[in-house]
Ligand binder design. Structure first.
Ligand code: SF4
Length: 124
């Protein structure tokens, strides 16, 4: 109980504790925990903004994810969800909302697969 932090507090470990090893072990445990899966999907690099700092410049292509890539993404999620307890999907672009069809299709498939596997599903 002495090393257990409480809310808005911290603990100081005994001098003989190898803190680097403790952090490394926690990192490795999380890194090799395959019960959770996270993927990032960029359905389009299109964007209706023109931020001056954008790595894509101000003249972005109007592209959308082809149905074959949506289907491949769906199949990948289904295949990789086996044995997972939770799944998180992050949308990336461009502006992902420029290709709402891909968002609806892939989200629908991911939720369906998670429900079938009993996995928790989140997205942002
Ligand atoms: S992709 Fe992001 S950074 Fe680039 S213009 Fe759109 S909002 Fe701005």
């Amino acid at each position: 109980m002495k090393d257990r932090p409480t809310r808005r507090s911290f603990s100081i470990s005994a001098a003989e504790t190898d803190e680097t090893q403790v952090v490394r072990a926690a990192y490795d445990a999380l890194r090799h925990n395959d019960s959770h899966m996270m993927i990032t999907v960029a359905p389009t690099l299109s964007c209706n903004f023109g931020c001056r700092y954008c790595f894509q410049g101000t003249d972005k292509p109007l592209t959308r994810m082809p149905p074959s890539v949506r289907e491949a993404t769906d199949a990948f999620i289904l295949r990789e969800l086996e044995r997972r307890k939770s799944f998180h999907l992050t949308w990336y672009g461009g502006e992902p909302l420029m290709d709402q069809d891909a968002i609806w299709d892939i989200s629908d498939a991911a939720i369906r697969h998670c429900d079938a596997q009993g996995a928790r599903c989140t997205a942002r």
